[in-house]
Design a protein around this ligand. Structure first.
Ligand code: GAL
Length: 338
């Protein structure tokens, strides 16, 4: 009898403690929508968002994350956001499919009283005619509970060009006085693609180097597309191609396969640069099969996004913009740091 009583008492105590603990635990609901799961860089980024939220959990605070794949389809992503609103998310982290839809999406989220952290694809300011402006976006500036976390793509483009300008022959392999290049672009709606395309070449011309664009094509951030476009350009322009600029490493990995298949050799008769510093690109740089890349710091960006989301959950005041630096990754840097 005594034993039964003791067991009962113990059970009551345990249950009591348990309900006490759960009453003290606050669980926040976090909705995260990523423009497309198959994107190499955004896969690293979203995994780190989850891992970092988990690392911040305590006995008192938990984060219940609902992650959604926008499938590169704005209508699909808009539905996901509406579901997040219905589900009563406490905060939303959003990697827009189309930055031109930012107005509509921000309005719905703000009207529902949910704080919003935009990541990776920067919505742009525009004038009455819809032309984009080189200014910060009012939809973010006017909303104290909305912010953007990202990196300034001009910097990544400039670093790409500077790595070519720093070579002994400044990228002019055949010594004809100019650098003949092909450009493989990401999604052209995306400011990252626009700025990298412009500023990579600008870094060369700013250094007094003459350039010739042989080909400029859209590869939509995609490895297979990058390979196809580079293969076509190499068969069309052959030895004339001295530099292959890719707006990201995904496409540069594809381009590298095409370069090898065409019997060319990076560092000897062609140069190749990307952006992101994907692990596969770092390996190629160390082996000498890619000239360089630019670290798109997914750790720094995801942590900044989560930190500001937590501040918003705590009702703290935030800034509207948070910037994370890019880092130039040539062979020496890759060998020393990876
Ligand atoms: C860029 C990144 C690309 C791609 C893109 C998606 O910053 O370099 O690889 O992920 O974002 O918007």
């Amino acid at each position: 009898m005594k034993k039964i009583l003791a067991t009962l008492l113990a059970a009551i105590l345990v249950l009591g403690c348990f309900s006490l603990a759960s009453a003290d635990t606050k669980t926040y609901k976090v909705g995260v929508s990523i423009y497309q799961y198959t994107d190499n860089f955004m896969t690293l980024y979203r995994n780190e968002i989850e891992a970092y939220f988990k690392s911040l959990e305590t006995d008192e605070v938990k984060y219940e994350i609902t992650m959604a794949d926008g499938k590169n389809d704005m209508a699909e992503q808009t539905n996901q956001i509406r579901n997040f609103i219905t589900q009563g998310m406490d905060v939303i982290i959003l990697n827009l499919v189309q930055t031109s839809s930012a107005d509509a999406v921000i309005d719905e989220i703000v009207a529902a009283g949910i704080p919003l952290v935009l990541i990776n694809r920067e919505p742009l300011a525009y004038d009455a005619d819809g032309n984009t402006l080189d200014e910060q976006y009012e939809g973010i500036l006017n909303n104290p509970q909305v912010c953007y976390v990202g990196a300034d793509a001009r910097q990544s483009g400039t670093y790409q060009g500077e790595m070519i300008a720093a070579l002994d022959n400044k990228g002019d392999i055949n010594g004809d006085g100019k650098v003949s290049y092909i450009m493989i672009e990401g999604d052209p709606e995306n400011i990252d693609a626009q700025y990298r395309t412009e500023f990579s070449v600008k870094a060369l011309t700013d250094a007094g180097i003459e350039v010739e664009c042989l080909d400029d094509q859209v590869g939509n951030w995609d490895q297979t597309k990058g390979q196809e476009l580079c293969a076509n350009a190499l068969s069309k322009y052959g030895d004339k191609v001295e530099v292959v600029f890719c707006n990201n490493d995904g496409m540069a990995l594809g381009a590298q396969t095409a370069i090898e298949a065409a019997g060319r050799k990076v560092g000897e008769d062609i140069y190749l640069v990307g952006v992101d510093a994907l692990p596969e690109a770092i390996d190629l740089i160390k082996e000498g099969n890619m000239t360089g890349t630019v670290l798109n710091d997914h750790i720094g960006q995801s942590h900044a996004a989560v930190d500001v989301a937590v501040q918003l959950l705590n009702g703290e005041e935030i800034q509207n913009y948070y910037w994370v630096n890019y880092v130039k990754v040539d062979k020496a840097y890759a060998e020393a740091n990876y």
